[in-house]
Write a protein that binds this ligand. Structure first.
Ligand code: MRU
Length: 405
């Protein structure tokens, strides 16, 4: 286990030597350790155990794993006895690692389409391998380019919304889970918008009358992606933030937004809640990290009862849109093991010293636990869906999204 310098690069793929490594997110932010992935089984295990997580990142790791697995096999001694059908079977296995995020399913469906032109008994060969390589590298490159576009489109939406409202002064943004570089090929989706917005609005030469003062990332129980990963990314990039627990959001908004209204101090009201997505279905209902739905509900309460104007934004590449599923009730929600709620795992800290990993119990042993990894936010509570398309999706007069193009 090597501990290298801090980094935000979740996936390293060596295009010359065909080697794949992932940053072990289970030991962040305390250690920087890359794990080699040489087979589809390695990828399955790392995705299931959440060493790599985030909808776009798991799709990219899945696609690269198919490439390295095929490459290693073609360069091995028993090359020649594995057919297309065996690869197809291992794709079924890979997809079962995490069922809610559609990106992995979409990538595997693309790979199946690519393999469909071969007879299932056809042995794997160089031609097939080259197509897999081209597909996976394009997936990575396009994800990265799209994340920068999402950042730009989100920034424009934020700027236009604040201008339209005539808002002036500092504002803040609430976000959940980790949707940044660590969850994608780089830059991120919801966190990508936050990055792009901070960079644009906080420059000395910014002409706007408003600026992004602070980010409030949620801890994101039970896996704490906000506390461990989003805080790590924001700290790395020196974007000001204050970590809060998931159950502090209503109080936070009540405090910040009412203080700013009474003008008693120059506090930074929450103007946007920006979240990622694991699957956005045809009508706009969105599966994302458990706790997202309650954020949308809270924004809705404040907007209707307290007259605030908090916009709830979903950010994702179009590879997260699942037009084959009509509504959120049809989304399969992954349930995770009980111990993720009843225990905490982390290194022992003695002052500055990071010690060995320990598990501590935080609940009555043997109790019943419900641990869904995601929830579904109804489209009625979503103001905007930001993708790489310049057009930001908003609802028509009937309250419906059209995500078809
Ligand atoms: O369980 P995780 O950590 O994989 O959940 C991640 C999320 O819910 C993200 O918001 C989503 O995958 C989008 S990441 C760009």
């Amino acid at each position: 286990m090597s501990n290298q310098a801090r980094t935000l690069k979740a996936i390293k793929f060596d295009r010359e030597n065909i080697k794949l490594e992932i940053l072990n997110q289970l030991v962040l932010p305390y250690a920087t350790t890359y794990i080699p992935i040489t087979t589809i089984e390695d990828a399955f295990n790392s995705i299931k155990s959440m060493q790599v997580r985030g909808a776009p990142a798991i799709a990219i790791v899945g696609a690269f794993a198919v490439v390295v697995d095929t490459f290693n096999y073609l360069n091995s001694q028993n090359s020649g006895d594995r057919g297309v059908n065996e690869l197809l079977q291992s794709l079924d296995f890979l997809i079962s690692s995490r069922p809610t995020a559609v990106n992995l399913a979409n990538a595997i469906s693309d790979i199946r389409t690519l393999l469909a032109k071969y007879d299932s008994t056809q042995p794997l060969n160089e031609e097939i391998y080259n197509q897999l390589l081209e597909y996976a590298t394009n997936l990575y490159d396009e994800d990265l380019a799209n994340n920068y576009k999402i950042g730009e489109n989100g920034l424009n939406y934020i700027r236009d919304s604040l201008k339209e409202e005539g808002f002036e002064g500092p504002f803040s943004i609430v976000t959940i889970c980790n949707t940044g570089s660590l969850a994608t090929s780089g830059h991120g989706t919801a966190l990508g918008i936050i990055r792009s917005t901070y960079q644009a609005l906080n420059k000395d030469q910014s002409k706007e009358k408003f600026h992004l003062e602070k980010i409030y990332p949620l801890e994101t129980r039970p896996y704490n992606q906000g506390a461990k990963l989003t805080s790590y990314e924001l700290d790395y990039e020196k974007i000001p933030f204050t970590l809060i627990c998931d159950n502090m959001v209503s109080s936070l908004i009540n405090t910040l937004n009412s203080e700013s209204e009474s003008k008693s101090n120059n506090s930074e009201p929450v103007k946007f809640i920006i979240v990622g997505a694991d699957r956005i279905v045809e009508n706009g209902d969105t599966a994302n990290k458990i706790g997202t739905f309650q954020l949308a509900t809270i924004a809705n309460y404040f907007n209707s009862a307290q007259n605030t104007n908090i916009k709830f934004i979903v950010a994702a590449p179009r590879t997260t849109i699942d037009l084959k599923t009509k509504q959120g009730s049809q989304i399969k929600i992954e349930e995770r093991p009980k111990h993720e709620l009843t225990t905490l795992v982390g290194p022992q800290l003695n002052g500055q010293e990071v010690g060995d990993k320990v598990t501590v119990g935080i609940a009555t042993p043997g109790i019943d636990v419900w641990n869904p990894a995601f929830d579904v936010t109804p489209h009625s509570l979503i103001d905007a869906i930001v993708t790489e398309n310049t057009k930001v999706y908003t609802k028509d007069l009937n309250g419906e999204f059209d995500l078809s193009s």
